[in-house]
Every structure is written in structure tokens, then in C-alpha cells.
Ligand binder design. Structure first.
Ligand SMILES: C[S@@+](CC[C@H](N)C(=O)[O-])C[C@H]1O[C@@H](n2cnc3c(N)ncnc32)[C@H](O)[C@@H]1O
Length: 272
């Protein structure tokens, strides 16, 4: 980075703002948004306003958060208490965020149906994971699974690693902006749950290059089949997003529906 980098002070201003200070967001996210918005506005004040708006949608604090310190303590105790207590404690964490709360009613079937399509994965990339790794007790996978989880929210990532350790899993959760730096690691399956439509709002058309960059056999993209209020049916719009992103790659798609969530199971050829 050059000594006179004009963007760095703006990056610092946003990272150190009262709203985001405690989250330790990656600088790469804020820089990427500024690089997009600065050329689109007449002055840096307007660009900052646009970046703040986008950041609010990306971090989405309105979707909910548990008390992360409490999560670590509760899950440590629950994993010693046994499988029933562990599921109850994990369900409590999953209920704290809208995306995972909605999935709770279908969780018993969710992973068995996905893995019936993909086969049992030995390695997973959970992209923009949110609280989804706390669904681990419902995945039916061994502790040898390489479960890589990525999010930009540092307190979430620390709580996930603390949880992984109680389960004998390697602490492979990482703070990373997966759009700026798609994981290079190869894996059997990637989860991209309930975020692709927001990524498209962040940068229209970004899914195409992002999905191509992933070195996975299966890419499982889930999207809401209806709006948060339940008023609008979105299935056709989501199919269009997926088809647009796949483009001429011609990857086969198997669609599974779980209540108001559609999972597009996309099979990528080995060399794609
Ligand atoms: C709507 S939630 C979905 C959570 C999870 N995938 C699920 O469906 O349960 C979005 C999550 O993605 C994270 N996120 C958004 N953009 C991201 C990016 N570019 N890289 C990594 N994480 C991201 C947010 O911090 C948030 O935790």
C-alpha cells in the first residue's frame, strides 16, 4: 500500500466507527466497498454514505445476534452434559439469527436431504456462515470433517471456533470476506446459504466469477422463497439469479425446497 493511499483514512474511519468497532470487520470489505463507491460519487462524503448503507445490509445487525461470550460458556457446559443438552443449547443459538431461526423447523431433514444428493462430505466450506455452524449436531458428520467456516463478523467466528473445539473439530473458522478473497482450498461441498441475493446487491453480477472460483464438487446455494414479511413469492427471481450466475457453464442443478428456503444443489465438474 503506498504511503499516500487516499482510501486508508476512510477505511479507518468506518472500521473505528461506533457501530462497527466491536465487530473487527476485515479492512478488505470496507476497502472493496469504497473502491466501488468512490468513483460513483461527486465527493467522499456521499461515497461514505453509500458505503455505510451497503455495510448495513452486509452485516445485517437487524437479523439478530446472541451474546457471544454466553454462547461459548453455555456450549462448553452443554457438550459435557450430553447430546440432548447440546442440541438444545445449539438450537438456542440458531434461534438468535433470522436465517438459522427459519431453518430450525426443517433442521431434522435439512442435512440428510442435502447429503443424499451430494454424498457425505469430508470437507465443507461454509461461506458467509453466520450462525449455521451451530447446526453441526444435525449434520451427522464425524469430527474428522474439515469444516471451514467464513464470516466477516469476528465475534461470530471466535464463538464458532470455541464451539468447534468442544466438538473435537479443528478450529477452521476464519474472518474473511469471501467475495474479495474466495477460499482457495478444495472441498467436497460449499454452503452458500441465504446470502447470494445480498451479494448481488453489493456488486451486481458478482456471483458468476465467485462461484467459478470455488474449488468444490458441490455448491449448495440457498435463497429465500419468500420475502421476510412472507408477502412476496421469490422463487422465480431466485431461479433467475442462479441461472444467470451459472451462465454458459452448464452445471446441473437439483432443487430442494424446505419451507420458505430453496436450496440449489449445483454440481461443478472437477476441473471447474
Ligand atoms: C444472512 S446471514 C446468513 C447466514 C448463514 N449463511 C445462514 O443462512 O444461516 C449472512 C452472514 O454472512 C456474512 N457475510 C456477508 N457478506 C460476507 C462476505 N462477503 N464474506 C464473508 N461473510 C459475509 C454476514 O456477516 C452474516 O453473518
Amino acid at each position: 500500500m503506498p504511503a499516500t493511499d487516499p482510501i486508508q483514512p476512510l477505511v479507518n474511519e468506518l472500521l473505528n466507527s461506533r457501530k462497527y468497532r466491536a465487530l473487527n470487520l476485515p479492512a478488505e470489505t470496507v476497502r472493496d466497498l469504497l473502491e466501488q463507491e468512490l468513483p460513483r460519487h461527486r465527493n467522499s462524503k456521499d461515497a461514505l454514505k453509500a458505503v455505510r448503507h451497503k455495510l448495513h445490509t452486509i452485516v445485517a445487525p437487524y437479523l439478530g445476534d446472541p451474546d457471544y461470550d454466553q454462547v461459548a460458556t453455555d456450549l462448553r457446559a452443554a457438550s459435557i452434559a450430553g447430546p440432548k443438552a447440546l442440541r438444545a443449547a445449539c438450537a438456542g443459538v440458531l434461534a438468535a439469527h433470522a436465517s438459522t431461526r427459519e431453518r430450525l423447523q426443517v433442521l431434522d431433514d435439512f442435512y440428510p436431504r442435502l447429503f443424499a444428493v451430494t454424498g457425505q462430505p469430508g470437507s465443507i466450506l461454509d461461506l458467509a456462515c453466520g450462525l449455521n455452524p451451530f447446526a453441526w449436531p444435525w449434520m451427522g458428520l464425524p469430527a474428522s470433517t474439515q469444516y471451514h467456516a467464513y464470516d466477516i463478523h469476528a465475534p461470530r467466528v471466535s464463538a464458532i471456533n470455541a464451539f468447534f473445539e468442544t466438538q473435537g473439530l479443528a478450529p477452521l473458522a476464519e474472518v474473511r470476506d469471501v467475495l474479495v478473497r474466495p477460499p482457495e482450498i478444495e472441498a467436497d461441498v460449499a454452503f452458500l446459504f441465504k446470502e447470494a441475493h445480498r451479494m448481488e446487491e453489493r456488486a451486481r453480477g458478482c456471483s458468476r466469477a465467485f462461484w467459478r472460483a470455488l474449488k468444490v464438487r458441490w455448491l449448495l446455494v440457498s435463497l429465500p422463497a419468500e420475502s421476510l414479511s412472507g408477502k412476496f413469492q421469490l422463487a422465480e427471481r431466485q431461479r433467475a439469479l442462479v441461472n444467470q450466475a451459472i451462465g454458459d457453464a452448464g452445471w446441473p442443478v437439483t432443487e430442494l425446497t424446505f419451507g420458505a428456503e430453496i436450496v440449489f444443489c449445483i454440481e461443478k465438474p472437477h476441473d471447474a
